[in-house]
Design a protein around this ligand. Structure first.
Ligand code: PAF
Length: 275
């Protein structure tokens, strides 16, 4: 695997790369990332992973500084997964001057769910992903479904701005007890880690209720939120939304997804399940 710190270096290496698949990450790689790398291979001749902890998508007071940086271990995992190129730029390479132009999702995508609780997060993601697309010029790019809203925003950005890139969503990879794999799981104490699968269990319960005909979406959201709070979590939201655009569904609508975000101790976890 070739490692590139500069945009010029990556571009030169990709000159005759054929069909390119890009898998952007912030590092601290787990099985979910590796699954995307493996999937990427079936879409392209050349697989490019990126590791860049993007300051632009963190709000002041969030975990940018303490976000786990495990570069050596990540490189070993990527090489073992057969990745051809790793782009791991410095902050000055990506942001030689403060970023002035941004990709701003429309308010209905930007100010709901994650956007409501992490204002500016999604435009930070869209902006860095657009930069990575322009740097690597991939034919296909892969993102995990765990960050469902992020994936929706990227899909819409690509369509709206006519980018010639196929977007592929990878299924969420889970621990045996159902907890969605996430770099932030490492923040959990032993007791919190034992409690954390409750989030997935609750989402499963909501999905089952919808599948068996319960169309009282507001009631289901309220009940799940209350159950989290009773178990000691600080829920941001449990929301039943249309999977295509994450807008509010009407009763008995199909194509739904149940999304949740909640804090367990000081760790904010997110998860979702398609109905
Ligand atoms: O999902 C992530 O790891 C990040 O949001 C991404 C897509 C790499 C952009 O920084």
């Amino acid at each position: 695997m070739q490692i590139h710190e500069t945009i010029a270096g990556l571009r030169a290496a990709l000159k005759s790369a054929g069909r390119i698949a890009l898998v952007p990450t912030m590092g601290n790689l787990h099985e979910g990332h590796i699954e995307l790398m493996t999937q990427a291979r079936s879409h392209a001749d050349t697989v490019v992973a990126t590791i860049f902890v993007n300051r632009l998508q963190f709000r002041p007071g969030e975990d940018f500084e303490k976000y786990p940086r495990t570069f050596q271990a990540d490189c070993e995992k990527l090489a073992a997964a057969g990745v051809d190129h790793l782009f791991a730029p410095t902050e000055t390479e990506m942001y030689p001057q403060p970023q002035t132009y941004h990709v701003v999702p429309p308010v209905e995508h930007d100010a709901t769910l994650e956007g409501e609780f992490r204002p500016g997060h999604l435009r930070g993601v869209a902006t860095v992903v657009m930069k990575l697309f322009n740097i690597a010029r991939p034919h296909v790019a892969l993102f995990g479904k765990k960050d469902y809203q992020q994936l929706m925003v990227i899909r819409n950005m690509v369509t709206d701005l006519n980018l010639p890139i196929e977007i592929v969503g990878g299924e969420t990879v889970r621990a045996a007890d159902g907890l969605a794999l996430s770099s932030r799981n490492g923040y959990l104490s032993t007791a919190e880690r034992a409690e954390a699968p409750r989030l997935n269990r609750l989402l499963t319960k909501v999905v089952e209720a919808i599948r068996t005909g319960n169309a009282d979406f507001a009631g289901l959201e309220r009940q799940a939120t209350a159950e989290l709070a009773t178990a000691g979590w600080s829920p941001d939201y449990v929301a039943i939304r249309k999977s295509l655009d994450l807008q509010l569904p009407s009763a008995h609508e199909s194509g739904l997804v149940v999304l949740a975000a909640a804090r367990l101790g000081s760790t904010r976890l997110i998860d979702n399940l398609e109905v």
